[in-house]
Design a protein around this ligand. Structure first.
Ligand SMILES: [Zn+2]
Length: 314
């Protein structure tokens, strides 16, 4: 976290690690235990364990809460729970709307199969419902629905200090891909309503799912509202953005680079990418979409390519 980040209560710590792993928020409880909200991507699970152990010291992790169940937010759940005594000692709470899918480990409903991303299976003890109050970091938070990016997502608001844990519903510069829209389901209007709900809460500071904690919340909301309106007016632009985000996430998993043919093969085979291609660019070959998406990432400085290998950049 940069040193100029807005101050948080001493019972709240943020582990910020770029874009492959979402931020984790650790709360210190009055009984000497700790809670964590979101646990990063599975590939970083060992790093997550080390960071959490360092932060907790003698404290025991007694609860894991997820804002939503994308792979970069719940990938450390299984490893953390195993390290801190298993399901009884360290129960997991997920948005109520996903409780059944988690406990059936339905990878289709949970989006892991569609995006060809990885996750380590876990079971959840409880679902968190909208309007439910949660004690995290010796503070009281209220769960609010945050559909748009993900239909079941929740955000957590702490009323006395007006701190928002926003997940992927609001970042300092934007928000997560509106996944339902990629699948032909409505999502832009829900995202707009979520942003308006945030505006009505008037947070003093936001702990986003990715990036540093920020307190210029009005400006972030203005940017996000303009962005969702632009996407709603031009769904193809959003679909192009979605392909770039998914390709970038794949590159982030391979810091040593990926053979071009292997990446092209992943792009053609991942069910969600194939579905987006069919829906938004019917008749266009997957290889052409891959080349266009990769070119756009390279032009933006987010990827680098030589003849045989593609690298993450930026
Ligand atoms: Zn997400």
């Amino acid at each position: 976290m940069p040193t100029n980040a807005p101050p948080l209560p001493p019972t709240i710590r943020v582990l910020e690690r770029g874009w492959l792993s979402a931020n984790s928020i650790v709360g210190f409880e009055p009984d000497g235990s700790a809670t964590i909200v979101d646990t990063g991507y599975v590939q970083h699970a060992a790093q997550t364990l080390a960071l959490v152990a360092h932060l907790l010291g003698e404290r025991a992790l007694r609860r894991i809460v997820n804002t939503h169940l994308h792979s970069d937010h719940c990938g450390g759940n299984a490893a953390l729970q195993a390290a801190y005594g298993g399901p009884r000692q360290c129960p997991i709470e997920v948005p109520l709307g996903e409780l059944a899918a988690v406990n059936d480990w339905d990878e289709d409903a949970l989006s892991f199969r569609a995006t060809a991303q990885q996750a380590a299976a876990f079971t959840a003890a409880r679902g968190v419902a909208p309007q439910q109050r949660l004690q995290i970091g010796s503070l009281e938070w209220i769960a609010y629905p945050a559909p748009g990016h993900d239909p079941h997502a929740l955000m957590l608001f702490e009323t006395s200090g007006r701190i928002l844990i926003s997940g992927d519903s609001l970042w300092r510069d934007g928000f997560g891909v509106i996944f339902p829209e990629l699948r032909g389901l409505p999502g832009f209007a829900a995202q707009r309503e979520t942003l308006q709900r945030i505006a009505a809460l008037r947070p003093r500071c936001v702990i986003p799912g990715h990036g540093a904690v920020f307190d210029d919340v009005d400006a972030a909301l203005q940017r996000a509202l303009q962005r969702v309106d632009a996407f709603a007016a031009d769904p193809l632009r959003h679909a192009r953005h979605g392909l770039r985000v998914l390709l970038k996430f794949q590159l982030l998993q391979h810091p040593q680079g990926l053979p071009r043919n292997q990446l092209r093969g992943w792009f053609a085979a991942a069910p969600l990418l194939a579905e987006v291609g069919r829906r938004f660019w019917p008749g266009v070959d997957s290889g052409v979409l891959f080349d266009d998406t990769l070119d756009a990432l390279c032009r933006a400085g987010a990827a680098r390519a030589d003849a045989a290998t593609i690298f993450d950049a930026g």
